[in-house]
Design a protein around this ligand. Structure first.
Ligand code: GLU
Length: 431
């Protein structure tokens, strides 16, 4: 089995395409197959090398390593060969309509209640007319001629799927600039690299109908298809432009790769979304039959929740280069953290100078501190004693203690902090 993830390098990897990459990788690994990364950069204006680099970096960060790689801009000669073959066999034909002309025709079709399918006017051009157009300086664009018959496949998620070729406009595959649109190069590559399973978003379902005819026109084997229902934001469609869904912004916020992968492997399936330790586990537990056909919802809070669970279990060795705390300290605080880097804040509060606010109350509280050794029950013992001696309770009691001990109004639980700060420092801060 060979799957491929085929991003266009026109933006950063976002939650939607990271999910496609993850599922492609899992489907391949589960079957003992391979996973390919293909960069779809035939749109030279919008494609940027820096996005390709960023996508690769984000995939590696997610541990979605690829076994093979291809870049479409390096395969133009091959596409040109297929173009010539398809022109010769009558499946590609030149057209000269302008955008405006097409738009007017489309509007007329819609007013007459007709489907806005390209009317194939260009197919009626004679060889002389085509040559005259070119001689007059007009540049042709090319369309793929759909066969007007049923196109049927058994989709890995959608099941029996059927389109009628007559209802699909002959797609433009080469623009007047000579640039290839996504449609044909993708098919040529899937055929040449012998991709067996195409896993992608549901927004490509109608492209699949067209591409199945392209595979057939090339005499190539048609791969299996699996279309994932889209993943939506709470307020609608996830788009690259919207921002906030980028893998790199999640990473900058301190989200762990396995929180993202745990979420993305399960969202939109009948399995519960749970924190899983690694991709192998997700792969073993994966079952494509559990995917729903209705859209899944992206929930950043769920990712935060998974993140905390993952952080609580993280061994020191895996994070030691990311924090400035020692192993004993990490083991003591990790179950209170939501993000790995928070350990540094705890360390500062416990070990560095803070600006405590002291008054008679904190000095009185200092005199009531229990003797060492301290543990997580010390705080309650102490607070009970302070309550009894001063009559204070609630915020009136806790806030002055927090300000004295940490110099801050908010922060980690004091019952966990107290033993880490230690009696000597606590005494100093209260006085
Ligand atoms: N470059 C296409 C995209 O990003 C690939 C779609 C496909 O997987 O065929 O949408």
């Amino acid at each position: 089995m060979l799957t491929r993830f085929a991003p266009s390098p026109t933006g950063y990897l976002h939650i939607g395409n990271a999910r496609t990459a993850l599922i492609c990788s899992i489907v391949a690994r589960k079957a003992g197959g391979k996973f390919m990364l293909r960069i779809d950069d035939t749109d030279l204006e919008r494609s940027k090398a820096e996005y390709e680099e960023a996508i690769k970096e984000d995939l590696k960060w997610l541990s979605l390593e690829w076994d093979s790689f291809a870049r479409q801009s390096e395969r133009l000669a091959r596409y040109e060969g297929v173009k010539q073959q398809m022109i010769a066999s009558g499946r590609l034909y030149p057209c000269f309509e302008t955008q405006e002309e097409l738009e007017i025709r489309r509007k007329m079709q819609l007013t007459r209640g007709l489907p806005p399918v390209y009317d194939r006017a260009a197919l009626k051009l004679t060889q002389e007319q085509i040559e005259a157009n070119i001689a007059a300086g007009k540049k042709p664009h090319y369309r793929f001629k759909m066969a007007h018959k049923d196109i049927i496949w058994d989709d890995g998620i959608r099941g029996h799927t059927k389109f009628n070729g007559a209802h699909i406009s002959d797609p433009i595959v080469i623009r007047e600039t000579g640039a290839y649109t996504y449609m044909l190069p993708s098919t040529v590559d899937d055929a040449d690299f012998k991709v067996t399973n195409v896993v992608r978003g549901e927004d490509h379902v109608s492209n699949t109908a067209t591409q199945i005819q392209m595979f057939e026109a090339m005499g190539a084997t048609v791969p299996n298809f699996m279309h994932l229902a889209l993943i939506k934001g709470k307020e609608g469609k996830i788009s690259k432009r919207e921002g906030g869904f980028d893998i790199r912004s999640l990473r900058a916020e301190g989200i762990e790769p396995m929180a993202i992968c745990s979420f993305l492997a399960r969202v939109g399936t009948s399995d519960a979304i749970e924190a899983r330790p690694d991709l192998n586990t997700l792969t073993q537990e994966f079952d494509a039959a559990k995917f729903s056909r209705s859209p899944a919802t992206y929930d950043p809070l769920e990712i935060e929740r998974l993140n905390a669970k993952i952080v609580h279990e993280m061994p020191y060795a895996t994070i030691k280069n990311r924090v400035q705390v020692d192993e004993a300290f990490w083991n003591a605080v990790r179950s209170n953290l939501n993000k790995v880097e928070e350990a540094n804040e705890w360390w500062k509060i416990c070990n560095e100078e803070v600006k405590p606010t002291v008054d008679d109350f904190t000095r009185q509280a200092a005199s009531l501190l229990p003797p060492e050794p301290w543990d997580s029950s010390t705080w309650n013992q102490w607070v009970e004693a302070v309550k009894a001696a001063t009559g204070r309770k609630g915020k009136e009691l806790f806030m002055p203690l927090r300000l004295a001990l940490t110099g801050m109004e908010h922060g980690p639980e004091l019952k966990d902090m107290l033993p880490l700060i230690g009696r000597e420092r606590v005494l100093k801060r209260l006085n």
